[in-house]
Design a binder for this molecule. Structure first.
Ligand code: GLN
Length: 273
């Protein structure tokens, strides 16, 4: 299949997620290429998916309709951003502060596929959660994902613009988590074409300086957070200083950055007052 292009890492990914091969079976195949393995999808089907990925430049996650993230597998489609591995760290930061036995109220602003909301619902079981998105299609996918992956959770989904649907919860929110669109308009076309030609502009583009949505999220946070509350937000690789300034300017306290897996300042954290 590699003759058509692409990388062996992606082939492994396709065999694992699409073909249902375990890591052990995959290693066996590398060591003994003639060994027999059982695939969930026919080889023909996997080859068709691979060709579409290479020739039409469509992400494998959209072609398979699946994306593994943390310890679960989400359904995804082109109405939502493909959840990135680096965003998983936001859950770790939250769980360093709030333990499993704690209680409170979290909100996920711009939930997309629901990845962050589902991870919070599975980890903070006694909490009440609220997930917001302005895309009806994204919200219905997030709801489908949560009913499969965290069926007993107490999560409400809201269609609307950032803080708009949550006004009644203001002052009682203990955790805000958000991965808003943050790519500046002029940078969008410089991303890998497979990203900007397939993933929703709505979930990627943050306006001229990339910070349009970040500003909305931050300015609402200071009004919405409870006294022990905090916000954890993802941003672009070069926005740390500006996002931290926005947080401090809004009145948030103990503002700090966190790095992603590549050592890049990718997240901002701030506490309510
Ligand atoms: N991390 C994504 C990318 O670099 C962008 C996600 C976002 O805008 N929130 O493609």
């Amino acid at each position: 299949m590699l003759i058509k292009g692409g990388s062996s890492l992606e082939i492994d990914w396709l065999l694992e997620i699409g073909g249902g091969l375990s890591w052990t079976s995959l290693q066996k195949l590398y060591l003994y290429p003639n060994s027999l393995v059982q695939l969930d999808l026919s080889l023909e089907k996997l080859e068709t998916i691979w060709s579409r990925h290479i020739l039409d430049q469509i992400p494998l996650q959209y072609l398979l309709g699946k994306c593994p993230w943390r310890d679960f597998e989400l359904d995804v489609n082109s109405n939502v951003l493909i959840p990135r591995q680096e965003s998983e760290l936001m859950i770790e930061f939250a769980l360093e502060i709030f333990n499993e036995k704690s209680q409170g109220l979290w909100v996920d602003l711009g939930t997309g596929s629901g990845a962050l909301a589902i991870a919070l619902a599975r980890s903070l079981k006694a909490w009440e959660g609220h997930a917001v998105d302005c895309s009806k299609a994204a919200l219905s996918l997030a709801q489908k994902n949560i009913s499969k992956l965290a069926p007993d959770s107490k999560v409400t989904f809201h269609l609307g613009d950032w803080w708009d649907p949550l006004q009644s919860l203001f002052k009682s929110i203990d955790l805000v988590i958000s991965n808003p669109p943050y790519i500046p308009t002029s940078t969008l076309k410089k991303l890998d074409p497979i990203v900007y030609q397939n993933e929703p502009n709505l979930a990627l583009c943050g306006g001229d300086d990339g910070l349009d949505s970040c500003r909305k999220v931050i300015s609402g946070a200071i009004k919405a957070l409870s006294p022990k509350g905090l916000i954890i937000m993802e941003h672009h690789y070069d926005q740390s200083e500006r996002v931290l300034q926005l947080m401090e300017g809004s009145g948030l306290r103990n503002v700090r950055f966190e790095e992603d897996l590549n050592g890049i300042r990718r997240f901002a954290i701030g506490f309510g007052s």
